[in-house]
Write a new protein. Sequence first.
Length: 462
Amino acid sequence: MQRRHFFTTAAASTAAVAVASVSRGALAALPEPVIMRGAVTAPPLAPTTGRPYRPVVTLNGWTAPWRMKDGVKEFHLVAEPVVREIAPGMQATLWGYNGQSPGPTIEVVEGDRVRVFVTNKLPEHTTIHWHGQRLPNGMDGVGGMTQPQIPVGKTFVYEFVARRPGTFMYHPHADEMTQMAMGMMGFWVTHPKAPHPLISEVDRDFCFLLNAYDIEPGASTPKVNTMLEFNLWTWNSRAFPGIDSLNVRLGDRVRLRVGNLTMTNHPIHLHGHEFEITGSDGGPWPLAARCPEVTVDVAVGQMRQLEFVADEEGDWALHCHKSHHTMNAMGHAVPTLIGVDHVGLVKKIQKLIPDYMVMGERGMADMGEMEMPLPDNTLPMMTGTGPFGALEMGGMFTTLKVRRDQAPGDYRDPGPFTQPPGTRAFEWTGTLPAASRQSEPLGASAATPAMNVKKPVTGHKH
Ligand SMILES: [Cu+2]
C-alpha cells in the first residue's frame, strides 16, 4: 500500500514536471520539488534515467527523485518547517527538507554532473554544505565564507560533478547550532560508475543519520540552545519503537551506512554477526585496514560503512551501546533506590502526596511495564513489547531481522522470529547446589588452600 502510494506520488510529480516544462516552454524552469509527509521506509528507488546502480534504502525515509536535463541530474530541495513523528504518540515540530527531517537521500553515480536547486522557506537564511564532497570552493556551502547566505524566500543553485564514490551527507553551514538542532540534514550516496575493487556489490544497502533532540515532555519544538543534555536519541529523527526494522534474507550481503550529526559519539553495536568497516566519508578503506568488529564508535561528524553477511537467522538487536541513548526522555534527578526498603513507607507518604509511587528499589525494569500517565506528546522512557514481554528500550534501538524465507528485494517486516524448539534460554528447575564460599577473609591465614601465592623472587641471579 505504502509502496504503491509512494510510486504514485513520484510518478504524479514526474508527470507534473513534464507538463509544466512543456506548457511553460521554459527549459530554465526549476524541477518541481517532491514532498514527503510520512515517516515510512520507502522501497529503494530504482533509477529510470542516467547510469544504473543498486539503490539504497533510507530508514524511515526516502530518496529524492530527479530530472535529467541536458545530461545534468537536477534535484530540488526545499528547506522548510516540517512535522516529524518521532514515534507513534509524539510529533516534533522540526525544520527539514521537502516535508521531512531528515531530507530525502540524494543518490547519484560517480562522474554525474549534479545540479541542486535549494529554496529557502525557513524563517531565516540558510545554506547547504555537501559534507565530504570534492567540489569547487564556491559550491561548499559555508555561509559568509564561500557564498552569501540564501535569504528567506530565495532559491540558490549548487552544481558540481560527484567525483568520488561513497557515503556522504548534507546539512546547513548557516546558524548551524539552531538548524541542525532542528533536524536539517540528509544523506548523499555516490554509487561507483563501474565495479570497484574496494566497493562490494551488496544485496541490501541501508542508510541512516544519528541525530538528537532536546524536547521537553509535552512540548514539540526542540530546545536549540542545548549542547549536551539531549533527551531524544534518534536515527533519522525516529526513536524506538518508531525505528523500522532492517529486514533481510538469510545469506544477504548487507551494508549499513551511518553518519553522526549529534554532539557526541555513538558506539553502534550489532548482535549475532561480525561486520567489517569498509569505508567512511573519506572513501573506501583498503582491505588491509579492515578487521572484524561487533561495535563501531561513530564520532561526531563521521560516517561509517559496515558490511556483513546475514548468516544467522533471528531477530538481532542493533543499537547504540550507550545505555542512556537507548531510552527516551527521563528526569536525571531520580535518586538510585536499589536496596532501599520501602515497606510501610509508601502509605505514610501517600497520606501527604496521594499520587506518590515508589520506583527503582529493585532496579528500573518496572518502568518498562508501568502504566504511568504521561504528558501529551512525549514517549515513555523505556518501552516496547516483544514476544516475551517488555523490551525496556527507547532511542537508538532497532532490530535486524534475518529470515530464510524473505524474498529478494522484499523489505517488509516479517514479524517476530519463530525460534527452533530447544534453542532458547530456559528456566532451570532442578536442584541448586549450595555455592562454595571462602570461609575466611583473604589473607587471614597463610594456609588458605585456594590461594597459592607466589612470592617475588629476591636476589635475582643473571
Ligand atoms: Cu549513542
